[in-house]
Design a protein around this ligand. Structure first.
Ligand code: G3P
Length: 217
């Protein structure tokens, strides 16, 4: 399973990319609005750092505007993936942009029928928002399970990108279900690394070594 960071923050990207576990980045208007500077410059720098797919979202709500914005975003860097919201207009824009040979991430997906329609118009990625579904007492991971099953039934090439991830268990479940990508805030990466028994184990190994072989002996 590929792991993306869900962020627009360069420091977070700079700290995680050298570890070798990051395959791409997803941004959205809320994330980029938190950062200082021109969003286009930030996206360019992100692409340079990660050298993998970087989702950049359109702001227009009509298909024509989304296509215009999407084509413009794609000129920033070859790694840009255009993110469009799942609406009738977004679906129309996805069809046009994929027709241009551009990659599209259909976002704000909350139902299996939305995911099916996104796949039919050639979306590269479909982004179910699991945390926001959990927030309204609906199983986000249940949705992912259904999408994976539907795409497998028909060999759709669209990749399932699990978004709105709130804790490491979402990542575990996504991997067990065979989702293609999980995009996680940097804090979730930190949590995935940590285990107290690893820390205790290292400490014990070093103490035992020191006891048996004091420095210089
Ligand atoms: O990639 C979409 C994601 O950023 C949404 O996450 O936590 O705002 O629901 P959240």
């Amino acid at each position: 399973m590929k792991l993306f960071i869900d962020t627009g923050n360069l420091k977070e990207i700079e700290s995680l990319v050298p570890l070798g576990v990051v395959d791409g980045i997803t941004t959205n208007p809320s994330l980029l609005a938190r950062e200082r500077g021109d969003p286009r410059d930030i996206l360019k720098l992100i692409c340079r750092l990660v050298q993998g797919p970087v989702s950049a979202e359109v702001l227009a709500s009509d298909a024509e505007g989304m296509v215009r914005e999407g084509r413009d975003l794609a000129t920033i860097d070859e790694h840009i993936v255009i993110k469009v919201p799942f609406t009738r207009e977004g679906v129309k824009a996805c069809k046009a942009l994929t027709g241009d040979g551009l990659r599209v991430n259909v976002t704000l997906v909350f139902s299996p029928t939305q995911a099916l329609l996104a796949a039919k118009v050639g979306a590269t990625y479909v982004s179910p928002f699991v945390g926001r579904l959990d927030d309204i007492s609906t199983s986000g991971m249940g949705l992912v399970e259904q999408i994976v099953e539907i795409y497998d039934n028909y060999d759709f090439a669209t990749e399932v990108l699990v978004a709105s991830v709130r804790h490491p268990l979402h990542v575990v479940e996504a991997a067990r279900m065979g989702a293609d990508v999980c995009t996680c805030p940097a804090a979730i990466f930190d949590a995935m690394f940590k285990h107290p028994l690893t820390d205790i184990g290292i400490e014990r190994f070093l103490k035992d070594w020191e006891k048996a072989r004091p420095a210089g002996v």
